[in-house]
Design a binder for this molecule. Structure first.
Ligand code: GRF
Length: 202
């Protein structure tokens, strides 16, 4: 059984989607920790309800980014997790952390990468005027939302959409593809080959 740790900064709906699929045994894993940078994250309540320990590494308590990242990496390593899932973790992770977790850290992003990386991806998509938006699960590398892509799902942009409506439509698909990517990882079915991720058929 693989161990997974989830990093989340806010609401934690993607975190919930993953632990739901663990609970119903779709994902052969145990979630060993929620790690957050935000002591007020709703994700903490979700972890508590699910009996998962949470660890707060509060950025504001550190004199600088380096000191924060030393403790964050220590917290990640202390979980003994095989897979680290970034599910709405709103801080950029430094190279030290990313390199220590290479090939076993994944992220969910609410756009069809490489379009619209960074913050407010759904707003960027609307402002650009694309007809098709979506979400991406990818391995994390030292760039911004730039690692090898595991899964993507597109959704239509409709005439009357505002940011909230598009965000909601994308979120429903995030809740499907993030647990699916976690499942593929936990079943040892993912291989990184250059920029591509090969998925072994089940
Ligand atoms: C999601 O849209 C995720 O793609 C983005 O941040 C949001 C987090 O939502 N990175 P939640 O905390 O999982 O509800």
């Amino acid at each position: 059984m693989k161990k997974i740790a989830v990093l989340a900064s806010g609401r934690g709906s993607n975190f919930s989607a993953v632990i739901e699929r663990i609970r119903d045994r779709t994902i052969p894993a145990v979630c060993v920790a929620l790690i957050t940078d935000n002591p007020d994250a709703r994700a903490i309540d979700r972890a508590t309800e699910a009996g998962i320990p949470s660890v707060v590494v509060d950025y504001r308590a550190y004199p600088d980014r380096k000191a924060y990242e030393v403790d964050l990496l220590a917290a990640i390593q202390a979980t003994g997790a095989d897979l680290i899932v970034l599910a709405g973790y709103m801080r950029i992770l430094g190279d030290r952390i990313v390199n220590a977790c290479a090939g076993r850290m994944i992220n969910i992003h609410p756009a069809l990468l490489p379009s619209f990386s960074g913050l407010h991806a759904q707003r960027q998509a609307l402002e650009y005027g694309v007809r098709v938006a979506g979400c991406t699960v990818h391995f994390v590398d030292t760039g911004m939302d730039s690692g090898p892509i595991i899964l993507q799902q597109c959704v239509p942009v409709l005439e009357g959409d505002d940011e909230e409506m598009l965000t909601e439509r994308i979120l429903r698909e995030e809740h499907r593809i993030l647990p699916e990517a976690v499942r593929l990882f936990c079943e040892d079915r993912l291989t990184i080959s250059g920029r591509r991720v090969l998925v072994k058929q089940g």
